[in-house]
Design a protein around this ligand. Sequence first.
Ligand SMILES: *Cc1c(COP(=O)(O)O)cnc(C)c1O
Length: 427
Amino acid sequence: MIANKNSLEFAREKDQKDPLKAYRDRFFMPQVNGEDAIYFTGNSLGLQPKSVKDYLQEELDAWKEYGVEGHFEAKKPWFAYHEFLTEKIAKIVGAKTEEVVVTHSLTTNLHLLMVSFYRPTGNRYKILCEKKAFPSDQYALESQARYHGYDPTDAIVEVGPREGEHLIRHEDILAKIAELGDSLCMVMIGGVNYYSGQLFDMAEITKAGHAVGATVGFDLAHATGNVKLHLNEWGVDFAAWCSYKYLNSSPGGVSGLFVHEKHVTNKELPRFAGWWGHDKESRFLMEPGFNPIPTAESWQLSNAPVLGMAAHLASLDIFDEVGMDQLIEKRIELTNYLEEIINDISERKGHLCQFEIITPANPENRGAQLSILAHGKGKSMFDSLTQKGVIADWREPNVIRIAPVPLYNSFEDIYRFGQCLEQAIEE
Ligand SMILES: *Cc1c(COP(=O)(O)O)cnc(C)c1O
C-alpha cells in the first residue's frame, strides 16, 4: 500500500469526500472511556438510529390515546402495520412486494418456510447446507429432518472447505448438488457465511438446485442490508433474514421472509397457518376454513408486534433514503481500506503477529465483514483491543471478525483500529 494511506490525514480526507458521511450522526455511537467506540459489530447488532425513539413514541401515544381502537385509529393503523414495511424491505432484497413480509423471528421463519419447501418423498429427502452454518440453522435443519422421520446425519449433507483451505469453493457446491441429483430435496445455505464472511453465488446455486429438482432457500441474516440481492430474478424459492444485524432494527427485532411469486398464489402449498395469514377481507368474520392471502403474507401467523416493527421502520426509512447502491459503493471502499491497513501492519510487524484474512479478497465474494486469523496471538490481544475501545468479535481459537458498516463507520474508525491493533500486538 502507499505508505501515507495508513495515516490520519488520508483517512480524514476520505471521510470528507464520503457522500454518506452525515449518516454517522443519525446513529448513537456507543461510548468507551468517554469516547466514541470503534464499533465493528454491526454484523451482530446494528446501532440505534436516533429516530427510533420518535417512531416508538408515536405508537406508545396511540396506544395511550386509543387503546384497542389504535388498530384502526392510529396514524399507521396497527392491523396493517407490517404493510408499511413491505415495499422498503422488498427493495433491499430485490423482491416484488407480494413476495415479502416482515413477521416473527428468523429461526421461526426458517421453520415455517421449511414446512412448505422441505417436502421429502421417497428417495428425495437430502438437505444440502454449508459446513459451519450458524448453529441455529444447523439445529433447525436437524430438527426438520427428524420431524420427517430421517436421521439428520444421513439426511443432511454439508459442503465444506477443502483440506487446508478456509473457504468453500463454488464449484464444490455445484458438484455436490449435481452428485446428489434426485436425492436432493432442498438446498438451504447462508447467503453470506457468518464465520468466514464468504458471499455465495446465490443465482448459480439456485439454478443448480432447480436443475436437479430441489427447492432452494437462503438464510440472509448476514446478507440483507449488506450485499446486493435479486431474490426474484434469481428465482430463489424462499429466504429469511433478521433485522437486527445490518438492518439496525433493535435487539431481537422482527424478521422478514421471502417466498417467490411462483409459489405465493399456490393455495395447495402446505403451510402452518394462523389468522394473520388468512384473507384480509374475511379475517374478522372469524369463520372456520383457512383462506391464505395470495402473497407472502399468508406465512404470517400472528398480528404484528407493532413496537418492534416501529423500530424496524425507522431504520428502513434510512435505507430507503440512501439506497443499497450507494451503501455498497462505500462498503467496498471501507472493506478494502481495512484490508490494506491489516496487510500493512502484517508486513511491517509480521515478526510479532501474522494476520491472515480468510474472507475472500474479491469484493464480489464478500460483504462488509473481514474475518482475520491472528497467527501467534490469542485472546489477550483481543482483550487489549477491547480495552482500547474496539468493539469487535472474537471466535476461538483466534479469529477476529470485523465489520465496518457503511451507514455509520468511517475511514477514521479503520485508521484508529489499525493503531489499536499495532499497539495490541506489541504489548
Ligand atoms: C444471527 C443469525 C441467526 C439468529 O437467529 P434468531 O432466530 O434471530 O435468533 C440465525 N442464523 C444466522 C445465519 C444468523 O446469522
